[in-house]
Design a protein around this ligand. Structure first.
Ligand SMILES: C[S@@+](CC[C@H](N)C(=O)[O-])C[C@H]1O[C@@H](n2cnc3c(N)ncnc32)[C@H](O)[C@@H]1O
Length: 252
């Protein structure tokens, strides 16, 4: 039990460091937050990377996640702005939230963590019930490595970074177990520690499938964009095939 708790904390700290400098997406969330009143709901806030940035910029924000060690880090991260930022353990697969939101975001592939289509449907139905019109949802969705760099699929890639004075060395391997299901293994060392592993599964959600699910759940005007570039915002074409991470945006 204690080992499991320690392992969970280690993976959470690894994720905090690993995503520490990723901020290409922040501008788009700040932009959405400034266009609608009320608090922003962040789905799958993990270690609070985006939650803290929104709170720091003066927005009210609530981050939800189900991973306790990640939430502990997120809570400490938003603490300096606790009058407007908070995180909580909440799973939208099970119920809707009591408060109603107009901006809901799922940064850095949070929605891809839902593996089963029925749980995606439940999640979206509860999300729709947790929102007020006019509202907007923005899902950042991953693109399989096999679309972008097929030669690297199933191969170990080594990533080395200096983060907050710590040296992070990560061996990273991604493979598609089925056409839609990716397994990712990240074997990491922090400051020369023993190597530890984090294994995650993500379900690839093609833009057309994301659009169908959102429309079925009561959202409308579904559009998508490449990367975090709002100038590429366009309707979801039948033959849309991403060549990198992409976002799907819908209105309520
Ligand atoms: C890839 S991480 C998100 C990264 C984070 N949004 C960021 O931008 O740095 C996915 C997160 O979704 C969370 N998650 C997975 N299923 C969930 C669920 N049903 N409800 C809430 N959070 C969930 C995981 O615990 C994990 O922290």
């Amino acid at each position: 039990m204690r080992d499991r708790v320690l392992a969970g904390r280690r993976v959470a700290e690894f994720n905090r460091l690993y995503t520490r400098d990723f901020d290409r997406d922040v501008a788009i969330y700040l932009d959405l937050a400034s266009k609608y009143p009320g608090p922003v709901l962040e789905l799958g806030c993990q270690t609070g990377r985006v939650t803290a940035r929104l709170a720091q910029a003066g927005h009210e924000v609530v981050g939800i996640d189900t991973n306790r060690p990640m939430l502990e880090i997120a809570s400490a991260r938003v603490e300096p702005w606790s009058e407007r930022g908070r995180v909580m353990d909440f799973d939208l697969r099970h119920a809707a939230l009591a408060e109603r939101y107009q901006v809901c975001i799922a940064p850095l592939y949070a929605f891809n963590s839902l593996i089963d289509v029925e749980e995606q449907r439940l999640y979206l139905r509860h999300l729709q019930c947790s929102m007020r019109s006019p509202g907007i949802v923005a899902f950042d969705l991953f693109c399989p490595l096999s679309f972008v760099r097929p030669e690297e699929t199933g191969e170990w890639r080594v990533i080395e970074r200096e983060v907050e004075g710590s040296r992070l060395v990560v061996r990273d391997r991604r493979e598609m177990l089925t056409p839609l299901l990716e397994r990712r293994i990240q074997a990491f060392r922090i400051d020369g520690s023993t190597e530890h592993e984090s294994e995650t599964h993500r379900r690839y959600l093609p833009p057309q499938s994301a659009a169908s699910l959102l429309l079925e759940s009561g959202f409308e005007s579904v559009r998508w964009l490449d990367g975090y570039d709002l100038s590429t915002l366009r309707p979801v074409e039948d033959d849309a095939r991403p060549q990198g991470p992409f976002m799907v945006i819908a209105e309520l």
